[in-house]
Design a protein around this ligand. Structure first.
Ligand SMILES: [Zn+2]
Length: 333
């Protein structure tokens, strides 16, 4: 459908404007139309307003087991004896199996909520099986988590207070000992799935570094609707400032700095879609350059939606589209 509409518009506009601008305008969202910039600015400002606050370090967490000092007692934090609990009478190994079963080994979609992040268990067996669609502004998974607003902030029909945690937080809140024994499984055994680069950035800034550093598996899908690393296209198509985050080069490079510093990373699957592909191999080289910093993941796959040459010497396996794939579905990716 996308291809059909773009071809039709291309035929209509072809005699009047250059081919490049026509294709870009057909595939790109409203920012390339006359009112596009102000829409993008409003979207960016709303996202800034709704951004989660970074974590304050060196603060006693509500679910941490308190130290036996008077300060903690004065705050009303104390740990009750759990020896009568049937769960606590099980050997630690068995308790850990239970924790992992309850909290781990799933794909968790990370989404933006109003001034916080949310996570939802994927309803599919894995993120590749989970239907992903471009909604005109960004990638979304309405089948898994419902609609988002124009700023890509989760907007469930039932209201913003609908929980998104897949019953993970209530379990962790049952008891401080359960929390302290189980919390690491949340980070170390799940696949964290991102479709918004800001979401990954906020995730790294809102969990304790020792927990974030436990993350082993990441799944990232990103639709580059802006002509990133393409100054000619930016000059032709955009006003100043050319690129609003998270579509700018700085956010892209920061994303890969964060990932490159994840010490436990074992599995990284990245899917990149670009509205018009990279016509210039130099642009593709620039966008892939920050990925070369990620050298610690034994499994690192990068799927791209555009054709191009084979590359060698990369720490990732580059997977390009299969030419003339009769099973390809234009509406999904
Ligand atoms: Zn899903």
């Amino acid at each position: 459908m996308v291809h059909a509409s773009s071809i039709a518009l291309g035929i209509l506009c072809g005699p009047l404007v250059c081919v490049y601008v026509t294709f870009a305008a057909c595939f790109c969202p409203s920012r390339l139309r006359q009112s596009g910039e102000s829409d993008e600015k409003k979207r960016f400002e709303r996202r800034q307003k709704m951004a989660p606050r970074p974590l304050v370090l060196h603060r006693q967490r509500a679910l941490s087991i308190p130290l036996p000092d008077t300060e903690c007692m004065n705050e009303g934090r104390k740990t009750l004896d759990q020896s009568q609990s049937r769960l606590m009478r099980l050997p630690l190994e068995l308790r850990e199996m239970i924790y992992r079963n309850v909290l781990g080994d799933n794909t968790l979609h990370m989404i933006l909520k109003e001034q916080k992040l949310g996570h939802l268990r994927c309803k599919a067996s894995n993120a590749l099986e989970c239907p992903l669609r471009y909604n005109g502004r960004t990638l979304g998974r309405e089948s898994c988590w419902g609609p988002v607003d124009s700023a890509n902030i989760w907007a469930p029909k039932s209201g913003i207070n609908e929980p998104t945690d897949g019953n993970i937080i209530p379990f962790l809140r049952t008891c401080r000992q359960v929390y302290s024994e189980a919390i690491n499984f949340l980070y170390s055994t799940n696949v964290f799935s991102f479709q918004d680069l800001d979401c990954l950035r906020h995730f790294s800034a809102t969990v304790l570094p020792k927990r974030f550093n436990l993350v082993k598996k990441l799944d990232i899908e990103w639709y580059m609707t802006w002509p990133i690393y393409d100054p000619t296209a930016q000059q032709l198509l955009l006003n100043n400032p050319a690129l609003y985050p998270p579509y700018d080069e700085a956010t892209w490079e920061e994303t890969w700095r964060i990932i490159a510093n994840l010490p436990s990373l074992k599995f990284l699957r990245v899917s990149l879609l670009y509205y018009d592909g990279f016509q210039d191999p130099a642009c593709e080289k620039k966008i892939l350059a920050p990925l070369y910093k990620v050298t610690q993941a034994p499994v690192f796959e990068v799927r791209v939606s555009w054709d191009g040459r084979e590359i060698t010497g990369a720490p990732f396996r580059l997977i390009r589209p299969v030419p003339n794939d009769p099973t390809a579905d234009d509406d999904s990716w």
